[in-house]
Design a protein. Structure first.
Lengths: 331, 222
């Protein structure tokens, strides 16, 4: 029976290599190509992966009321209001109770458990531990010991909820009463006369009005160029970045770690701008999103310092750019 | 019993071909586990390098973007686009090269050569050192990857890791160790010390990664 045992063992190894290695994938797809049956998963891998679910979650934010969240689950452990809101928007309000029940302290662990189940997670953690990984409980440390499908599903779910929660914790960079003169979205560019995407919102402000960091993070960029003028980009982590353009003075340096509310810039009229205003942009997972749905979505986490200079209290006081010219589309 | 014995003899007759195929598959599994970190490392390295270039070479591309009527960071954004496919493509090339290099150590070697110390001493050189040290790491990583794959398809029970572990050990002892013995035993004395330096450029890093990330021992050590 030794011949049979060898053959069986050999088949097992071959099947594993066929399924789990790129060499196997090449072989599989060559066979499929020869048989002229294009594989759906191969075609899918060449398509651009867009975080449609994330967009849908952002769109559902206005429908979430405080009552809905309060009835979904009490605030517990690591589940901050932002995380509960993000989970409710992404997975439904009912699921939040389940998630808090799965792990009240570690939202990342709860989201992973909810997505792939305890067995797959426990296996990956024990494998990561056996391989000597540091902090094997974290998804980053044990993701490569999950099956490819589970790893993709878990990291998508966790990262999208964490991104959304990070964005929800942002505050408005200036007085929330200041009006938006040019919203996010497609518009005809006033100087270029072509249809362009406006990847942020424009807030008319007097030159010199202090602009504050919407959230804590690291200054990814603080410099001047001809389009955005003096501008600051802050990386808030979890793939969330905010941008502040057309300033008159920059008060932070690239690489600095800053807190929410830090005075990062004074508004101005530099770069491709024809009127004093702040261009405030928000990017999640590399894609520009409308900052407006995140405005005052949660109780302000930290009171912003009051500006030293007068801020605009109403539309009548606002200094708008000339009607024929709108700010640039830079994010 | 007659039919069983006959088919068993047929299976036995295919032993060399099936064992060689299994050895190749085991190497592919081990190399993949080891090379899994190459893509991530390369991607982050390239993005860090671009962030550095963005900070230090800002004038040129911003000015060019402005001339073209684009947002200042548009050129940088477009340059970052191919980073992911480039790093994934490079990692795939490294993986395929490592597969070829490791499989080449035992694939066309004579089976009958016995492993002995004086013969190995005469063969000492870059090729002998790299083969004897890096190949076991890859084969162990391959057996572990096989055990993980088996555990993934087994129903969740306390016995699953043990069954999967036994399968990995069986594959390692039946195919892994013979592949290593065959590769090391067949080493010829090098004509010059640097013989085998080129494949070593791929085999050494992949072998190290296999020992570091693909062998389930580090977490058990004190």
């Amino acid at each position: 029976m030794r011949g049979w045992a060898d053959l069986l063992l050999c088949s097992t190894v071959l099947v594993a290599a066929w399924v789990r290695t790129p060499v196997g994938a090449i072989a599989r797809n060559t066979v499929a190509w020869v048989r002229d049956t294009p594989r759906e998963d191969v075609l899918a891998s060449f398509r651009t992966t867009l975080p449609e679910r994330l967009e849908a979650s952002i769109a559902s934010l206005p429908g979430l009321t405080a009552d809905t969240l309060a009835s979904a689950a009490p605030a517990a452990g690591g589940w901050t209001p932002a995380l509960r809101t993000a989970a409710a928007a992404h997975l439904g309000a009912d699921t939040v109770t389940t998630l808090v029940g799965l792990d009240a302290q570690d939202p990342e662990a709860a989201l992973e458990l909810h997505t792939i189940g305890a067995t797959a997670r426990d296996r990956a953690i024990s494998r990561a531990r056996a391989a000597g990984a540091v902090a094997p409980e974290t998804l980053d440390a044990h993701a490569r010991y999950l099956s490819a499908d589970d790893a993709r599903k878990a990291s998508e779910e966790v990262s999208q909820v964490l991104s959304l929660a990070t964005a929800l914790e942002l505050a408005w960079p200036v007085d929330p009463a200041a009006r938006i003169s040019s919203p996010f979205g497609e518009r005809v560019h006033p100087t270029l006369k072509t249809k362009r995407m406006h990847e942020g919102v424009d807030i008319p402000l007097l030159v010199g009005t202090p602009v504050h960091a919407a959230g804590s993070g690291r200054v990814a960029r603080a410099r001047t160029d001809g389009v955005n003028g003096m501008h600051v980009i802050i990386d808030h982590g979890h793939r969330v970045r905010s941008a502040y353009c057309h300033g008159s003075a920059i008060h932070v340096e690239r690489g600095a770690r800053i807190d929410q509310g830090t005075h990062v810039m004074d508004s101005g009229n530099t770069g491709r701008s024809t009127g004093p205003h702040l261009h405030f942009g928000l990017r999640i997972a590399g894609r520009p999103v409308d900052p407006a749905p995140f405005r005052r979505k949660l109780p302000t986490p930290a009171a912003l310092p009051r500006p030293d200079l007068p801020v605009l209290q109403s539309d009548s006081e606002a200094v708008s750019p000339p009607a024929s010219v709108a700010p640039d589309p830079a994010g | 019993m007659g039919v069983l014995s006959a088919t068993d003899r047929v299976a036995g007759g295919l032993a060399l071909a099936s064992a060689t195929l299994a050895q190749m598959a085991l190497v592919a599994l081990g190399v993949h586990l080891a090379a899994d970190t190459v893509d991530d490392g390369l991607l982050h390295g390239l993005l860090d390098a671009m962030a550095w270039a963005d900070a230090h070479l800002t004038g040129s591309h911003s000015a060019l973007a402005e001339t073209l009527g684009m947002p200042a960071d548009a050129l940088l954004w477009w340059t970052t686009l191919p980073v992911a496919p480039i790093s994934a493509g490079f990692a795939l090339m490294v993986e395929l090269a490592a597969d070829a290099a490791f499989i080449g150590t035992f694939l066309l070697t004579p089976r009958a050569v016995t492993l002995d110390r004086p013969r190995f001493r005469r063969a000492l050189g870059v090729r002998a050192l790299v083969t004897s040290l890096a190949l076991p790491g890859v084969l162990i990583a391959g057996a572990w990857s096989l055990a993980m794959a088996a555990e993934d398809v087994l129903p969740g029970s306390p016995a699953a890791p043990w069954v999967a572990g036994l399968l990995g050990i069986a594959a390692l002892s039946r195919f892994g160790f013979p592949a290593w013995r065959r590769a090391v035993a067949a080493l010829d004395p090098p004509r010059q010390w640097s013989e085998g330096l080129l494949p070593a450029l791929v085999m050494v890093p992949i072998g190290l990664l296999a020992w570091m990330h693909g062998t389930p021992v580090w977490g058990w050590l004190p």
